[in-house]
Write a protein that binds this ligand. Sequence first.
Ligand SMILES: C[S@@+](CC[C@H](N)C(=O)[O-])C[C@H]1O[C@@H](n2cnc3c(N)ncnc32)[C@H](O)[C@@H]1O
Length: 291
Amino acid sequence: MTDSLVLEDLVKYVSKNGSKTSIKPVFKTESFCLYQDNSLTVMSRFPEGYVDMIFADPPYMLSNDGITCHAGKMVNVNKGKWDRSQGFENDVAFHEQWITECRRVLKPEGTIWISGTMHSIYQCGFLLQKQGFHLLNDIAWFKPNAAPNLACTTFAHSHETLLWARKEKKAKSTFNYDLMKNGSFPEDKMKRYSKQMRSVWSIPTPPQEEKEFGKHPTQKPIALLKRIVLSSTKEDDIVFDPFNGGGTTGLACKLVGNRKYIGIDISEDYINLTVKRIKKLSKQSTIFEYT
Ligand SMILES: C[S@@+](CC[C@H](N)C(=O)[O-])C[C@H]1O[C@@H](n2cnc3c(N)ncnc32)[C@H](O)[C@@H]1O
């Protein structure tokens, strides 16, 4: 029933869906749609089995007033209120809620990526398996330019983990093997040309030009998201990011081309940042905004 739903139909569906209050995107083109809201609220109105691929970069829950190093200086580790832990049980309950919704909106052959650090990724990995997802890979995103550990009490954190899982174990999900093996990845000093793509990806943190409209504290590099979109989606696929942030997943969809994107973020600032980034990238006449 939902196969033929294009983004325009989804917007109508989400807007009403039996409720008196309407939810509308704050920005929309034919292939790009942004909601500023709580993901759980918007997702609960999505039809079942609509999305081909989900990339989720949920709150890390690491903003605990600690310190870290940024540009050679000691700074507070806090990312924002949205990143504060509510205690182990509540954090797990939050992850369980959004992962459950993601499973519902994903097509049977669809896949989900979840990125995180040790603060969140083991909870998410456990919940993926609890919900019946089939794990495909755990990618180590190695940051060759990671900040040093100022306290000198542990190893310097220099990677994040990306879990990649399929909704149904036996379904045939998309993996563009040849593109990964033979593609060009100049940013990655570990990838050897025409050799299989391995599960350790060396990609620097976002360069200055990716922050020209302001920065999101946990913005992912475009090269990372381009690789994810390129490897695990086909033309016309619908890609969904429930924690849009600065919109890196959407930008990657645009750069790879012929993908449709839906992003949700609770923060107006981050949605505005995304709109600036996408407008610069597309500069296309079909762009229009909902008010
Ligand atoms: C780790 S960041 C995502 C960064 C993003 N991947 C990027 O490259 O910019 C998590 C984002 O989730 C948003 N967020 C937190 N809780 C949310 C919720 N319940 N619903 C929607 N967005 C939420 C935050 O505002 C934040 O921008």
